[in-house]
Design a protein around this ligand. Structure first.
Ligand SMILES: [Zn+2]
Length: 279
């Protein structure tokens, strides 16, 4: 029986896998790719270093070793890679590089505490291979990671900046009570567009609120008087906070949440322009 689980950066694939030696030619190729990725890709991912080892009998091209995300360990099955090369008619460099970068995608998913996702791991491999760029989901989640300034204090993230700006503009944007639905929709819609479509972190919610008096609200494009207006909130899964894009809901009891999939609310062009001007 093998006992694993010591501190993650000390992981040795020998504990769990049949680590093998591979021929000099392949070793040289992998070394070259690793060197290239280490100097160009890893800095973009905020990863200090990685390790690539050769193993056999894992029934797939490569594997990211769970728990090593601070310094990812990736194992490659060269036999599987060679089979893949024949099957898909790609060169060995491409096959090895995209296998490693795909596995780095899984390392990033673990680090961001989001579910393992094959499509997005592959997006990293693909984007890096063809464009030398990292996908939006990686940049956005990297932006969430608290950075430290020179005094060691945590600085606000880019995404927080977007949210703050959206809230500031929404707050200062002249609005009547009856306009709130429209304005909230626009701000939420804008935020949603700036965030990954698959939205692991943010969820847009429609909220029914209870007010003391009646206000004018827009429901299905029609203005009505109601004491239960619908409003749009953005729920931030990571911080477990509801980001309120109106001032109307202050001191208002939130009664029910209903998740909405798409934003049907009318777009306010003027507010949209203001929001789009944010960098
Ligand atoms: Zn995968």
């Amino acid at each position: 029986m093998k006992i694993i689980k010591i501190s993650d950066h000390d992981y040795d694939p020998n504990w769990d896998y049949d680590v093998v030696k591979t021929n000099k030619e392949i070793q040289a190729i992998v070394q070259e790719i690793t060197k290239d990725l280490s100097s160009k890709l890893l800095p973009k991912l905020n990863i200090p270093s990685m390790e690539v080892r050769f193993v056999r009998n894992i029934n797939r091209l490569g594997k990211y070793i769970g728990g090593t995300s601070s310094r990812p360990v990736v194992v490659l099955d060269i036999k599987e890679i060679q089979n893949g090369i024949k099957k898909h008619n790609v060169d060995i460099k491409t096959a090895i590089e995209t296998t490693i970068t795909h596995e780095l995608g899984h390392a990033m998913q673990e680090r961001f505490q989001i579910p393992a996702n094959e499509i997005y791991a592959e997006e990293l491999a693909h984007k890096w291979h063809y464009k030398k760029e990292i996908p939006d989901w990686v940049s956005l989640y990297l932006a969430y990671e608290p950075a430290k300034n020179s005094n060691g204090q945590k600085t606000s993230t880019k995404v927080q900046h977007l949210i703050d700006k959206a809230m500031e503009i929404t707050r200062n944007y002249p609005q009547k009570w009856g306009d709130c639905y429209k304005i909230n929709s626009t701000a939420a819609y804008w935020l949603n567009k700036k965030l990954p479509e698959y939205n692991w972190r943010f969820q847009i919610w429609q909220v029914k609120a209870h007010l003391d008096g009646e206000i004018e609200d827009v429901v299905d494009g029609e203005k009505i008087m109601t004491d239960e207006p619908d409003h749009i909130l953005v729920y931030d899964v990571m911080t477990d906070k509801y980001l309120d894009f109106s001032t109307v809901l202050d001191d208002v009891e939130v009664l029910e949440y209903e998740k909405i999939d798409d934003m049907n609310g009318q777009e306010d062009r003027k507010l949209m322009r203001l929001l789009n001007a944010i960098r």
